[in-house]
Design a binder for this molecule. Sequence first.
Ligand code: SAH
Ligand code: SF4
Ligand code: F3S
Length: 480
Amino acid sequence: MNNTDVDIYDIKTLENGNKLVGEIEFPPRKMWVKTYGCQMNYHDTERMVSHLQPLNFSLTDNREEADFMIFNTCAIRDLANQKFYSHLGGSKHDKAAREVKIAAAGCIAQTESKELLKKYKQLDFAFGTDVIDNIGEMVYRAYAGDTKFSVTSWDKSANYSIETKRTAGTPQAFINIIKGCDKFCSYCIVPFTRGREKSRSVSEVVNDVARLVKHDGVQEITLLGQNVNSYGKKNGESLAELIMELENINGLEIIRYTTSHPYDISDELIAVHGTSEKLSNHLHLPVQSGSNTVLQRMLREYSVEHYMERLDKIRQANPDIIISTDIIAGFPNETEEEHRDTLELLKVAKYDFIYSYNYSSRKGTKSAKMDDILTKDIRSRRLQEIQKLQLELQVESRALMVGNTYRVLVEGFGTMKGIKKWKGRSDCFRIIHFVPEAGQEDMDYTWHWVDLKVTSTTALSCQGDVVNVLGKRLTPENEL
Ligand code: SAH
Ligand code: SF4
Ligand code: F3S
């Protein structure tokens, strides 16, 4: 069918509250989204929701009442794929029980949309990672009666220009600054699921963030990309330049960015870690392996020596900085010695925390074609050794926090062993739990800035006492 005549943004509100687009009425409907994977995917979900709100969709956590279900998928490791296939398989019961439309989005849909549509009868349509902003048109098509279609095209325009969309209403915002990845590490599927690198301009991002700070109550931002250190390269701009410009926005308190590639982390950016007042005291710098021969097979472009030189320089520029990393255990044909090099690296680099995974072969990547002699048992044992050692190291590094005071932005509370405990994240990304001050048991600390003095720590948790409650804004409203 041909819907090219319909302007999806020409939406009329009818007297009964329904929205009219072209000849189709959209009554109030509930949408449910299951998101897998990285922060980029979570932010894509936020964009989808914000685009569908004008078409009368509102978000629900209750899958059973959903009129429209989206699975926003991740393809990074086989486990992520398997989880999705099993959840999608289960959605045939939803389809049988009521009138519901079901879509698959994200990284698996980008490369497997046709197979998914064929295999899962309940799936109405599938769309990829570069057409998120066209979701309104796709939903229109689906409600116009079109079914079993897929949209996985790449945006051909030279520029990457968007406006950040938000639905959460919190002081924290995710800002896409670069999309895609040109690195093609030998094990990684992302360049295939997210396409080539394209950056937004510094001026566009600065205006976007200034708007969110002034009109949307945002105080903390996370700049997002698969390799933010490549940001701006194709336009003659840089991440260091962007951060220095963002620094000038009154009312913006914390700037974070993720994820970094060690090869591209420039001297200029390291210097900004020393001078910036707002840049977080935390850096996630994925190393993947402590062995040079494995790093070569991974096509990571750097050596352990180069990585450690960058790390030392960052720590000199900002002695308070906290570093975390990603490790892959059991890359194809990794020897026992190569594995031990990774354990040694952990001891020297002293990470605050690590994300570690067993290597997972991804179809289409270079490492998937390597003959691999490692068994599942060897991989699992190595992963366990990595995780055990890191936890021991973490006990030591976290113990050093005791007695220090950290400023946190409180995100919410939970109940532990019957005691209500609030939690907030420090500038350096550590979660600290606290109980209210005496007499303040009913106080709602949500999104307050609070100074906490750390009283005890374990490898994975940290407790503090309230020293000072600073309210919901650090910069007064009239200074924005
Ligand atoms: N762009 C980031 C990482 C993106 S993916 C970077 O370059 O560091 C997040 C993490 O998943 C990676 O750092 C890596 O540790 C892990 N990962 C990626 N592909 C993987 C695979 N095939 N098997 C196991 N882990 C993988
Ligand atoms: Fe994957 Fe490497 Fe790109 Fe990171 S830099 S997304 S690991 S290809
Ligand atoms: Fe997964 Fe795609 Fe992110 S593969 S990690 S959701 S970029």
